[in-house]
Design a protein around this ligand. Structure first.
Ligand code: ADP
Length: 616
C-alpha cells in the first residue's frame, strides 16, 4: 500500500479533486433521498409532519421549507415541480459522479505511465550482474502481468475505496443527524459484519502472493522452452516438458479457483448481513415512531431507510475493495522490489579521458554472484589473471568456449566488478573512473549486432547523437560499408527493417563497426565479430576491422585463429587461467595449446574446404 500511497502523494491535488467531486455526487444523492419525505407528504396530503422533527433538526426544517414552497401551488402542480426538483438533483448527482470518474481516469493513467517509465528506466540502469541472478521471464512478467494486475486490483480498488469511504461517511453523518439513537443501534451491529467479512479475506493475501509467483513461473517456463525449443526436440524431451508444464499449470489453476471462491463469497455474505441490519432498523425505528418521543416522523423514517439502503452498495464495495487491495499487495511488493534494486553508479568518479599508458589485469579473479543466499557459491570463472595491454597494442584472447574470454572483456566495460585482484587503467583501479565516461571511450563490436528499425544513418549514429552526416559517412567508409550503403534504395536514409533483417550478416556487422568507429573509441573490444559470417563477408568485415584497429588499443576475442595471427600478443585461456601467451610465431614454436587449436582449425578448414589457415 505504501507503494501506491507514496505515488498518490505526488498527485495530491488530483486526489483532492476526485474526493471533492465524489462528495458532491453523494450529497446530491442524499438530497434526492431526503426529498422522499416531502413526496410522501404531498402524496398523502399530510400536513402533520412530526412536530418533534422540526425541533432544531436542520434536515427536517429544510424539508419543511421545501414543502412550504411547493404546496402553495396546490397538490397537483406541486407534484410536478417536485418531480422537476428531483430530476435536477439526480442529474447533478450523475454529473458529479461522471466528473469524478474522469478525474480518476486521468489520475490512474498518469500513475501507470509513471510506473512503466520507472520500470523501464530501472531495467536499463541496473547492473548487468542483476540479470545473472534474475530470470528474464520474471522481469517481463512484472512489466506485463503485474502491471495489469496492479491496475485491476490496486488502482480500481483505490477508486472504489475512496468512493465508498466518502459515501459511507456522508451517509452516516446524515443518518446520525436524522436520528442518533437509531444510528447508534446500527453501528452496534456493524462489527458483526466486519468480523465475518475479514474472516473470508484474511487468507486471500497469502494465496495471491503465491498466485503471482506461480504465474511468473509459467511465463518463465514458456520463455525458456521457446529459447530452447531445438534442444527440447533434439533430446525428444517434449513429453517431459509437457508433463512438467501441465503439473505447474494444474497447481496454479487450483489455487486460482480457491482465490476466486473466496472473492465471490465476500459479496453474498455481506449482502445477507446488510439485510439483517435493515430488518433490525425497521423494527427499532418503528418502535421509536410508535413511542413518538424520539424525533422521528414516519416520512423521515422512510428517508432514513432509503439512505441506509443506499449505503449498502458502497459498504459492500468497500469490503470488495479491501480484499482486492490485499490481493494486489503481492504485485505491489513485486513492483516495489524491482524499483528498489540498486542502480549502477553512473557518473561518480574520475572522468576517463582516454588511455595514456596501459590496461593491466593484476591478479584478477572473478566469479558470478549466486542467485540467492541459498545457492552455493558459483565457481571461479577467471583465476589469477595477470595481463598488461600497453596503449596501442592489440591482444587476442583465445580458448575453448566457456574459458572466460567474454567475462574478461566484460570486466573492462565494468559490466561486472572483479572479485579479487585489480584491474588498472593507467595505474588506477578501474572503479575510480565513472562508468559513463569509461564506456563512452570503449567501442564494442560483437557477433550480435543490435540494429534497430530505423535508417542506416540513425543506426550508425546510435550512441553518438550529435554526429553530422559527414562524420557518419566517414565512419562508414572506415568500416568498409559506404559502398554497399550507397547501393541501397535510399542510401543512408534507407530503413533497414526490424533488427536490420533486410541486410546480410556481413553488412549488419559493418554497420555496427561504423557505429563503434563513430564514437572514436580509445579501446576497442571485438567479441567474435566475424564468427557468424561466411568467408566472403568475413573477408570484407576483416578488412574493415584491420583499418579500424590501426593504432588502437584492442582486446580481440577470436574464434577463427586466422584472423588474429598478426596481433601483438595472443593470450590462451583455459578454465579461466592464462595458459600461454606470446605472438603467433612464439606460440606455434612452443607447440602447446595454441598450436593444437590452430591445427584443429586447419583440419576443420580442410573438411569445410574453406581455407582459414593462419598466414605464417
Ligand atoms: P567464453 O567467452 O570463453 O566462452 P565466458 O566468459 O562466456 O566464456 O564464460 C565463462 C564461464 O562463465 C562459463 O563457465 C559460463 O558458464 C560462465 N558464465 C558466463 N556468463 C555467465 C553468467 N551471466 N552467469 C553465470 N555464469 C556465467
Amino acid at each position: 500500500m505504501k507503494f501506491t500511497v507514496n505515488r498518490l502523494k505526488r498527485h495530491w491535488a488530483r486526489v483532492l479533486l476526485f474526493v471533492t467531486l465524489a462528495s458532491l455526487g453523494v450529497l446530491f444523492t442524499i438530497a434526492t433521498a431526503l426529498s422522499v419525505a416531502d413526496f410522501l407528504k404531498l402524496l398523502f396530503n399530510d400536513d402533520s409532519m412530526g412536530g418533534a422533527a422540526t425541533s432544531g433538526n436542520l434536515v427536517a426544517q429544510a424539508l419543511e421549507w421545501l414543502y412550504g414552497q411547493l404546496i402553495v401551488y396546490g397538490t397537483g402542480k406541486a407534484l410536478v415541480y417536485f418531480s422537476i426538483f428531483v430530476l435536477v438533483t439526480y442529474t447533478l448527482k450523475n454529473l458529479f459522479c461522471y466528473l469524478a470518474a474522469v478525474a480518476m481516469a486521468r489520475l490512474r493513467c498518469r500513475l501507470l505511465q509513471e510506473i512503466r517509465n520507472d520500470l523501464y528506466a530501472k531495467t536499463l540502469r541496473m547492473p548487468i550482474g542483476y540479470y545473472v541472478t534474475h530470470r528474464k521471464g520474471d522481469i517481463l512478467s512484472r512489466f506485463g502481468g503485474d502491471m495489469i494486475e496492479y491496475e485491476e486490483n490496486v488502482i480500481n480498488a483505490f477508486q472504489t475505496f475512496v468512493n465508498s469511504v466518502v459515501s459511507i461517511m456522508l451517509y452516516l453523518l446524515m443518518l446520525f443527524y436524522i436520528n442518533v439513537k437509531l444510528t447508534g443501534f446500527v453501528l452496534l451491529m456493524l462489527p458483526l459484519i466486519v468480523f465475518v467479512i475479514s474472516g473470508i479475506t484474511r487468507r486471500l493475501r497469502r494465496n495471491s502472493v503465491e498466485l503471482q509467483e506461480r504465474s511468473a513461473r509459467l511465463t518463465a517456463m514458456m520463455e525458456e522452452s521457446l529459447m530452447g525449443l531445438k534442444i527440447i526436440k533434439a533430446y525428444t524431451a517434449i513429453d517431459f516438458f509437457n508433463r512438467h508444464f501441465r503439473k505447474q499449470n494444474r497447481d496454479y489453476t487450483k489455487l486460482r479457483v480457491s482465490v476466486f471462491r473466496r472473492i465471490d463469497m465476500a459479496s453474498p455474505v455481506s449482502e445477507f448481513m446488510g439485510n439483517v441490519i435493515v430488518i433490525g432498523i425497521l423494527l427499532f425505528g418503528s418502535l421509536l415512531i410508535m413511542r413518538a418521543d424520539h424525533g422521528l416522523s414516519p416520512e423521515l423514517f422512510v428517508s432514513y431507510i432509503t439512505l441506509f439502503v443506499l449505503m449498502i452498495p458502497p459498504a459492500k464495495e468497500l469490503t470488495t475493495a479491501i480484499s482486492q487491495m490485499k490481493k494486489g499487495r503481492g504485485c505491489e511488493e513485486r513492483l516495489q522490489e524491482m524499483l528498489d534494486e540498486e542502480e549502477e553508479p553512473r557518473s561518480e568518479g574520475l572522468t576517463f579521458e582516454g588511455l595514456q599508458s596501459s590496461i593491466e589485469f593484476r591478479g584478477v579473479s572473478f566469479r558470478y554472484r549466486a542467485a540467492d543466499s541459498a545457492e552455493t557459491e558459483r565457481p571461479w570463472v577467471l583465476d589469477d589473471i595477470n595481463l598488461t595491454v600497453p596503449k596501442g597494442c592489440q591482444v587476442a584472447l583465445v580458448g575453448g568456449s566457456g574459458s572466460g574470454k567474454s567475462t574478461l572483456v566484460d570486466l573492462l566495460s565494468r559490466f561486472y566488478d572483479v572479485s579479487q585482484g585489480q584491474l588498472l587503467l593507467d595505474g588506477r583501479p578501474i572503479q575510480e573512473y565513472s562508468i559513463a565516461s569509461l564506456r563512452s571511450r570503449i567501442g564494442v563490436v560483437s557477433q550480435d549486432t543490435m540494429l534497430f528499425n530505423d535508417t542506416v544513418a540513425a543506426n550508425i549514429a546510435f550512441g553518438s547523437p550529435q554526429a553530422s552526416r559527414e562524420q557518419i559517412e566517414e565512419a562508414a567508409r572506415v568500416a568498409n560499408a559506404h559502398d554497399f550503403i550507397m547501393q541501397l534504395p535510399n542510401g543512408y536514409d534507407t530503413n533497414i527493417g526490424d533488427h536490420g533483417e533486410s541486410l546480410s550478416g556481413g553488412q549488419r556487422q559493418r554497420i555496427s563497426i561504423a557505429r563503434a568507429v563513430l564514437r572514436h573509441p580509445d579501446i576497442l573490444i571485438l567479441d567474435e565479430a566475424t564468427s557468424a559470417l561466411d568467408t566472403e563477408s568475413e573477408r570484407l568485415v576483416q578488412q574493415a576491422l584491420d583499418q579500424v584497429l590501426q593504432g588502437r588499443t584492442a582486446l580481440i576475442i577470436a574464434h577463427r585463429l586466422s584472423t588474429i595471427s598478426h596481433v601483438d600478443n595472443i593470450v590462451v585461456l583455459e578454465s579461466g587461467r592464462i595458459v600461454e601467451q606470446g605472438t603467433h610465431h612464439e606460440l606455434m614454436a612452443l607447440g602447446g595449446r595454441y598450436r593444437q587449436l590452430v591445427q584443429l582449425q586447419q583440419v576443420d578448414g580442410e573438411k569445410n574446404t574453406t581455407t582459414t589457415e593462419p598466414k605464417e
